[in-house]
Structures are given as C-alpha cells and as structure tokens.
Design a protein around this ligand. Structure first.
Ligand SMILES: NC(=O)c1ccc[n+]([C@@H]2O[C@H](COP(=O)([O-])OP(=O)(O)OC[C@H]3O[C@@H](n4cnc5c(N)ncnc54)[C@H](OP(=O)(O)O)[C@@H]3O)[C@@H](O)[C@H]2O)c1
Length: 223
C-alpha cells in the first residue's frame, strides 16, 4: 500500500485522508501548528494515520497532497519534495484565502503557482474540483455504474499515472487532461468545476455523480 503525506489537513486534506485510510493506505498529516494539534484528527483516522511536521509528511509520502490556503504556498518545503509526486488541490480564492501578489500582478497563473514554487517536484492538479463533503458521497468501487471521474493535469506523464492509480483506489476514475496548464479547463468558475453540484441545491445538496463522458462534455466548453 501507499503512504500519503498531507501538507494541510483541514477540510479537503482531511476528507482525502479518510478516503485513503478506508482504501488501506497509510497517511501522515501535517499543518502549520505542529503534530500535537492533529492528535484528534489522527485518532479519528485510526492506526494507519500519524502526524508530523510538514517536512516529515513530505518525506514520508510516496505521494504528497498539498491542501493549504494558496497564500501559504511558499511555506511548502521545497527540498523534501524534490523529485516527488505532489497532488495540488489548490484553488485561488483571494476573498476567502488572501491575496497572492504574484498572481495579482499577472506574473504567475494561479494554477501554476505550486509547480513554480516546487520546481523540481512533479505536481499534478487533482481534487481541486470536488467539494470536501462530496468526496465520501461520490466514492464508488471500480466498475460501479455511477462512479465519478475527476480531472487531473500535470506535466509529467508517470506522475499523472501514479496519481490516477491512487485516485482509482480512492473510488474515482481519473480523467487525464494532459499538461498542468490545461487545468485552466477545470479552474474555479469553469463548467467542469461545477460537475458534481446539483444546480438546485449547490453545496447544500447531495453530490451528483459525473462520469468521464459527463466530464469530457464539460471540459470541452473551455477551449
Ligand atoms: N474545501 C473544499 O471543499 C475544497 C475543495 C477543493 C479544493 N480546495 C482547495 O484546497 C485548499 C485547502 O482548502 P481547505 O478547505 O481544506 O482549507 P482548510 O479547511 O482551511 O484547511 C487548510 C489546512 O492547511 C493548513 N495550513 C495552513 N497554513 C499552512 C502552512 N503554512 N503550512 C502547512 N499547513 C498549513 C491548516 O492548518 P493550520 O491552520 O493549523 O496550519 C489546515 O490544516 C484551498 O486552496 C482550497 O481552495 C478546497
């Protein structure tokens, strides 16, 4: 089984950690406040979970999920993630998460920010489109007729394949859109980012499964 490190263990990180443990993976959680602040979260996840510093989580993970507010991206440790596969869940939302000057200045596209910071890591955008409460609602075993697909993008083919394998184990099909810059097609505000939302209830309603074919149609709406 795989060990997954988490840098950021809040809503989306925590939801992914629960799916990972349920799938038989080990998880190492971290945040900015230190491992002792994650004691309760670890206890809730059981024996497959532990907590560490961000560096420890980065070094422990066969894959590392980064799930922090975008404004904190510079605090993600660079050295320990060199050569590693990193799942980037981040969405830029300046009103809620704070402004990032280089994005506002147009120097870096929001979706490329983490890869620009982690130049020598293999960053794959994934799970940025799924509301954390919907993750457990949507997960299904392989082959289930209503299994959902989630889009992924990254510049390194083997890293995308490793993330796709993990995603499959968590209960989803990965839909590979190719290079990292292509994640603009499932960026905040795009049709694909709304794929699992019931238009009548939005975030308050139960998630609506979206197949690979559904997702393909939504992704095509952004040229
Ligand atoms: N919530 C969703 O449904 C959802 C869905 C898709 C994508 N996303 C994206 O995923 C990212 C995380 O969102 P979230 O909703 O999970 O946020 P959240 O619930 O606020 O969790 C953020 C986590 O990051 C940690 N953190 C903050 N600063 C850090 C730092 N410098 N170093 C290490 N850890 C740090 C926080 O813990 P401490 O504050 O204790 O350090 C917390 O564990 C955002 O970019 C968001 O746009 C969210």
């Amino acid at each position: 089984m795989t060990t997954i490190g988490f840098i950021g263990s809040g809503r989306i990180g925590g939801a992914l950690a629960h799916l990972a443990v349920a799938a038989g993976h080990d998880v190492v959680l971290s945040n900015s406040r230190g491992p002792q602040s994650l004691r309760e979260a670890v206890a809730g996840l059981g024996a497959r979970a532990s907590a560490g510093t961000t560096t420890e989580a980065a070094l422990a993970g066969d894959l590392v999920v980064v799930a922090i507010p975008v404004r904190a991206h510079r605090q993600v440790p660079v050295g320990p993630l060199r050569g590693r596969v990193v799942i980037d869940t981040l969405n830029y939302d300046p009103a809620r998460q704070g402004v990032v000057p280089e994005i506002e200045a147009g120097d870096t596209a929001p979706q490329l920010l983490l890869q620009a910071h982690l130049r020598d890591a293999y960053v794959v955008k994934a799970f940025s489109t799924v509301f954390f409460r919907h993750l457990p609602q949507l997960a299904r075993p392989a082959g289930a007729p209503d299994r959902s697909a989630v889009p992924i993008a990254g510049d390194h083919g083997p890293a995308r394949a490793a993330v796709a394998t993990l995603i499959d184990s968590l209960g989803f099909d990965a839909y590979d859109v190719g290079p990292l810059a292509e994640c603009r097609r499932f960026a905040p505000g795009s049709p694909a980012q709304l794929a699992y939302l019931d238009p009548d209830g939005m975030f308050a309603a139960p998630a609506r499964p979206a197949s690979a074919a559904d997702l393909a149609a939504l992704l095509r709406q952004v040229s």
